[in-house]
Design a binder for this molecule. Structure first.
Ligand SMILES: C[S@@+](CC[C@H](N)C(=O)[O-])C[C@H]1O[C@@H](n2cnc3c(N)ncnc32)[C@H](O)[C@@H]1O
Length: 470
């Protein structure tokens, strides 16, 4: 029977930290290092320190030759990197600009601000090393790695994520830029013809009709006005006809970036229909102006990033333990249980681009759809735990020995219950021999992480730094 069950006063970790006058994370670090004994826990897994345990911690913490003090002066792990430096950084980056270089090319739900991977890459790796984001999404880490003179590897099961990650990290030649400028001009001409000359006079009393193929999509007219479908089909055909992978990827990414705006889908994180004010010609004009912006961003990226730093993006399911090479550092933000349904928000984009939406739907970890199913097929927290065990056992082999894996994660709510994802990830990491070296809490801007309020909005997230000790 523990002190709490006996009815004696007990203290939570935060209360112990308060009493001693240190940060809660410091107590957790002491616990991890075995400098203070683990107290008993209740059924939630929360620690309860007895009054005697608190007294012992206070005594050790104030002794002149405190084991804690000695420890704080030593590097925390046997590498040249001092993790304690991470605690000195203000991770809120309150007024930081987040759309510089190629970061703003395409919207993506739950992308992290570039300042987070930037700081982690600078602190935990060196120039010339390989930085991976194993849930790369829109490629934020990959872009930052290249800016900081590292090689980059991205993994994501979402084909839209991989398309934009490639576009954002690929250098283009001046000939390729010229091809794309021509495409922008063609799209402007099409949009202006349709909008200003009125469709009647230009296309023989008929609205503009493209001969290009349409997406295989039963409900295409449910999600798009008929004239929008014509303009999208025409532009898409032009994108496919571009001569190189680099030009095609940037044009298709730009095409994808405008698809939801010109559709009747409410927004990037709401798959419901709403009427929008899109006029004939608008789609082509929007595409053209978005493409000019994308070109400018890529040109700026090319000026900053040295050509020798390359990026490889892999459109694969991480749970298949893919062979994508070895890394010196991982910086990622994993999918949270019940948070988003990327396969749904990106459905119309994927169908236009001929991508396999149903495959990604099956593979997507954490999707709101999987967690809100009824009955036996419903995903549970144990599902997520097992998935993360698979991820860390793969990382134990792909991340080089003695290197770090950083996971940025918040909590989620599943069927009304608050889920501590930090705890789940830490347990999964430990099962593969990783140790948690830092857990730093940061505030999330209210405007970001637009969770559906019915599912829950998170206000804080943790930066977890795991060390591959094996
Ligand atoms: C929170 S987002 C990452 C956002 C990213 N940090 C950024 O800045 O854009 C999580 C990502 O995990 C990906 N994902 C979900 N299930 C996956 C799986 N089985 N294999 C690989 N990636 C997966 C999603 O497609 C999504 O892009």
């Amino acid at each position: 029977m523990n002190a709490k069950q006996k009815g004696n006063k007990t203290y939570t970790t935060a209360q112990v930290a308060d009493e001693i006058g240190v940060h809660r994370d410091t107590i957790l670090r002491w616990l991890r290092r075995g400098l203070i004994p683990e107290p008993s826990r209740d059924w939630h897994g929360w620690r309860h320190f007895s009054a005697e345990e608190l007294a012992r911690i206070r005594k050790s913490a104030t002794e002149v030759h405190s084991p804690f003090k000695k420890h704080e002066n030593k590097p925390l792990v046997s590498t040249s990197i001092d993790i304690s430096r991470l605690y000195a950084i203000d991770w809120n980056f309150s007024d930081a600009k987040t759309t510089y270089l190629t970061h703003g090319i395409h919207p993506y739900p739950a992308k992290f601000i570039p300042q987070i991977p930037n700081a982690l890459i600078q602190e935990l790796s060196t120039v010339g090393e390989v930085v991976a984001d194993v849930f790369c999404g829109s490629g934020t880490t990959l872009v930052e790695a290249m800016i900081l003179k590292r090689f980059a590897i991205g993994v994501d099961a979402n084909p839209i994520a991989c398309l934009m990650s490639k576009a954002k990290t690929t250098r283009l030649t001046s000939e390729e830029i010229a091809e794309l400028m021509n495409l922008a001009t063609k799209a402007t001409n099409l949009g202006q013809s349709i909008a200003f000359h009125k469709t009647d006079s230009l296309f023989g009393n008929k609205p503009f009709k493209s001969s290009a193929p349409r997406p295989v999509m039963e409900d295409v007219s449910f999600w798009f006005e008929l004239f929008v479908i014509e303009e999208l089909a025409e532009i898409l055909q032009w994108c496919w006809e571009l001569p190189t992978d680099g030009t095609r990827n940037l044009a298709l990414t730009t095409f994808s970036s405008i698809t939801v705006t010109v559709s009747k889908q409410d927004s990037d994180t709401r798959y419901v229909r709403r009427k929008k004010k899109i006029k004939p010609g608008d789609t082509a004009l929007r595409f053209s102006s978005a493409l000019l912006n994308s070109i400018k961003m890529v040109e700026e990226f090319c000026e900053i990033v040295e050509p020798r730093f390359k990026c490889a993006v892999n459109n694969v399911n991480i749970l298949d333990s893919p062979d994508v090479g070895k890394f010196d550092l991982v910086v990622c933000s994993p999918p949270y249980p019940n948070a988003y349904s990327y396969h749904l928000y990106h459905r119309t984009r994927m169908l236009w681009l001929g991508m396999d939406q149903s495959r990604f739907k099956q593979e997507e970890i954490g999707s709101h759809r999987k967690y809100s199913r009824k009955g036996q097929n419903c995903a549970t927290i144990e599902t997520f735990h097992q998935e993360m065990i698979t991820v860390f056992s793969w990382l134990a082999r792909t991340l080089k020995r003695g290197k770090f894996a950083c996971f940025i994660v918040g909590n989620s709510i599943v069927r009304g219950e608050l889920i501590d994802n930090t705890k789940i990830l830490t347990s999964a990491a430990r099962s593969s021999g990783f140790s948690l070296e830092a857990c730093i809490s940061r505030k999330i801007k209210d405007t970001r992480k637009a969770f559906n309020p019915k599912i829950g909005k998170i206000k804080k997230e943790n930066i977890l730094v795991f060390w591959n000790v094996k």
